[in-house]
Design a protein. Structure first.
Length: 481
């Protein structure tokens, strides 16, 4: 029955996309589609996904990070689902808490706010008071485990039918995305595992002056309920007034975001893999607050070394080094024409290094000559770089939001080159801890820029010419929790 319901909701969109290519589905010229039509269709898809429930909302959020699969404006529309999940009722929240503790919220907490702070696809967050301290209580949506299991089966069946009739790289990649989602979502529905990851990341940033991770209230954490310290803050994309007042310095904030993600990626090897503005708050004193640890991955040391080698090749302007790095990261497809790859890397490096408004650099990337070369180039965004590229996109978005001339290479080059030895020592596992204010800051800009080049290329190609990239390469390790 669920498969029938999902098919009935999504089939009209499938036919609509098919008519983009053939006006009579199997014959005829493509239909003319205006930018406004694409925006309206993207909005309708989002409404339909929201109505289908938490499984498809969560899956859509995963796809919102896949610029190699989803073009604009659909990519941005799917990203908006972070803010469009309807809340569950307080009675449902209360029932889940009673089931977890054997007592009502009012019996367990001195105060439990009926209105949620946030509603996400899998859980809902309420503010409360426990033993005189302000806390947040994250509650899993009732029945979500069974619903997700049923919806994943439905999605597999539907994509299987589509693949037999209209097999192409995008359909195969979507099947892979559903499989990966199914393998990870189980961990996200066990808040004991999320609490353990939150505690580990909090420990990793214990000495930081700029990054705060909420404490876990371990004796109150259950499989379906997570209790954390409450930290006051605003979403990172909603602090314009604080910047205007001088309370927060935008440059320092972007640098902190870079530091934090680089430390997780290349120092700690435990990466918060769900970077979006709703998971990043800014405290009134300017510190960065990191939230939501349901999606996390381990970064193997081998992959970290490859990233560092590629980053420093970009710093040096070493085209051969960048090509070798892209090859080791799985970005270049086997059998690629070396001359085509070299030409592409030279153009991307020249554009990324320019001192100009970032929008102008992207427009240069979209020039006919460069766009044609990007479209024909045998490059793909591997699955193990999707998380990094997603972070790079967030960092670049923040940087350009407050500084139109933001250029990570120009910002960090001299420091990163000077501290290369200490960076490599850390990756070798030397015990001497690096200064938190030096090499992490220096390196962060470059990883953002290098991964950002790949992300921008795939996103802009997809949005304008519908490039068909597919995933592959070495993988990140799911967190063993």
């Amino acid at each position: 029955m669920r498969t029938i319901i999902v098919t009935a909701r999504l089939l009209p969109f499938l036919f609509s996309f098919l008519r983009d290519r053939r006006s009579w589905l199997v014959a005829g010229r493509p239909l003319a589609r205006s930018a406004e039509f694409h925006r309206r269709r993207a909005a309708a898809i989002v409404d339909t996904i929201a109505a289908l429930g938490p499984t498809f909302v969560k899956l859509a959020q995963v796809l919102a990070a896949r610029a190699d699969l989803v073009p604009e404006p659909y990519l941005s529309a799917l990203g908006s689902l972070h803010d469009q999940v309807p809340p569950i009722s307080f009675d449902e929240v209360s029932a889940t808490i009673v089931d977890a503790y054997g007592a009502t919220p009012d019996a367990l907490f001195e105060r439990f706010d009926r209105e949620p702070l946030a509603a996400a696809s899998l859980g809902q967050v309420h503010r409360a008071q426990l033993r005189g301290e302000e806390v947040v209580v994250k509650v899993l949506r009732p029945g979500v485990e069974a619903l997700i299991a049923e919806d994943v089966k439905a999605a597999d069946r539907i994509l299987g039918v589509i693949a037999k009739r209209w097999s192409n790289l995008h359909v195969v990649a979507l099947q892979g995305a559903v499989t990966e989602f199914a393998s990870r979502v189980g961990d996200e529905m066990d808040f004991r595992k999320e609490g353990a990851i939150a505690e580990e990341i909090r420990h990793n940033f214990a000495g930081s002056r700029d990054v705060v991770v909420p404490k876990v209230v371990h004796d109150m954490t259950r499989q379906r309920v997570l209790v954390l310290e409450y930290l006051e803050g605003r979403r990172i994309d909603a602090i314009g007034p604080w910047i205007a007042e001088g309370r927060v310095r935008s440059g320092a904030l972007v640098r902190t975001v870079m530091e934090m993600y680089i430390q997780m990626m290349l120092v700690d090897g435990l990466f918060h893999a769900d970077p979006h503005p709703g998971n990043l708050l800014v405290a009134p004193d300017g510190r960065l607050i990191l939230l939501d640890f349901g999606m996390a991955v381990r970064v193997p040391r081998e992959l970290r070394v490859r990233l560092v080698d590629t980053v420093f090749a970009a710093i040096r302007g070493d085209v051969d080094g960048i090509i070798a790095g892209f090859g080791s990261l799985g970005i270049i497809q086997p059998g690629a024409d070396p001359d085509a790859i070299r030409s592409l890397v030279q153009k991307l490096l020249a554009i990324a290094s320019q001192h100009s408004v970032t929008r102008e650099r992207i427009e240069q990337m979209l020039a006919d000559e460069v766009l044609s070369e990007l479209f024909d180039a045998p490059v793909a965004l591997p699955s193990d770089l999707v998380y990094f590229a997603r972070t790079a996109s967030l960092i670049e978005g923040l940087g350009t939001r407050y500084d139109p001339h933001f250029n990570a290479i120009e910002f960090a080059s001299p420091i990163a080159l000077k501290l290369r030895g200490r960076i490599m020592a850390s990756l070798r596992g030397d015990t001497a801890p690096p200064s938190p204010d030096e090499w992490v800051v220096a390196l962060s800009g470059f990883l953002g820029e290098v991964a950002g080049v790949v992300q921008r290329a795939s996103k802009e190609i997809a949005s304008i010419v519908g490039a068909r990239l597919f995933t592959g390469g070495v993988g990140l390790e799911p967190v063993a929790r």
